[in-house]
Design a protein around this ligand. Structure first.
Ligand SMILES: [Zn+2]
Ligand SMILES: [Zn+2]
Ligand SMILES: [Zn+2]
Length: 186
């Protein structure tokens, strides 16, 4: 009896050690910088029917002057109400909403998982043609994806490589998204 209890406790411990999946995130685009959190929360509720406040994770600089993209955490229930709506109006302006993937791609070598500030490549690789020059200095018309070429050479994948590293259709990028999604609770 004692033994069974002990092994039960052990099992509980092991189960509770599994990494908990985290909430997915959403991004709301180009919010004017004077917008308050209360205004965003109220718009989200009015436009999508959610009832809870969402937690703001951080803001990124917007595409328009004096605006920011808001990245917010959305528990599964709220997430599935928000994503199909695609747009919300905040103070009579329409803003696009999408899922936000917390995925880092290095601006220097284009590898996933680290920022350029932590890159170990001494000279930059081109994000357009995979050669050894900064992406801004590229002079070719023929894209080659450094990540898909690398994956084909080292992991035996057969990804297409005729696209820039930043392409949304890049197979390496899609694989990153899949890996990311496995860490979230949808
Ligand atoms: Zn890098
Ligand atoms: Zn190039
Ligand atoms: Zn690619």
């Amino acid at each position: 009896m004692d033994r069974i209890q002990k092994s039960d406790t052990l099992k509980d411990k092991i189960t509770s050690r599994l990494p908990a999946k985290r909430h997915p995130s959403i991004i709301i685009y180009d919010i004017p910088n004077d917008t308050t959190d209360e205004e965003i929360q109220a718009s989200l509720k009015a436009n999508t029917g959610i009832e809870k406040d969402l937690k703001l994770r951080f803001k990124l600089r917007g595409r328009k002057q004096e605006t920011s993209h808001w990245i917010m955490e959305a528990p599964a229930e709220e997430f599935h109400k928000i994503i199909p709506v695609e747009k919300i109006s905040v103070n009579w302006e329409i803003h696009n909403i999408k899922e936000f993937y917390h995925i880092q791609r290095c601006n220097n070598c284009h590898e996933y998982g680290h920022p350029a500030a932590k890159c170990t490549a001494t000279r930059p690789f081109c994000g357009y043609c995979a050669q050894r020059h900064p992406t801004s200095k590229c002079r070719t018309w023929y894209p080659r994806c450094i990540n898909c070429e690398h994956s084909n050479a080292t992991k035996g994948t057969r990804y297409r490589t005729d696209h820039p590293a930043s392409s949304p259709n890049c197979s390496s990028y899609k694989k990153e998204i899949q890996t990311y999604k496995n860490t979230r609770d949808y």
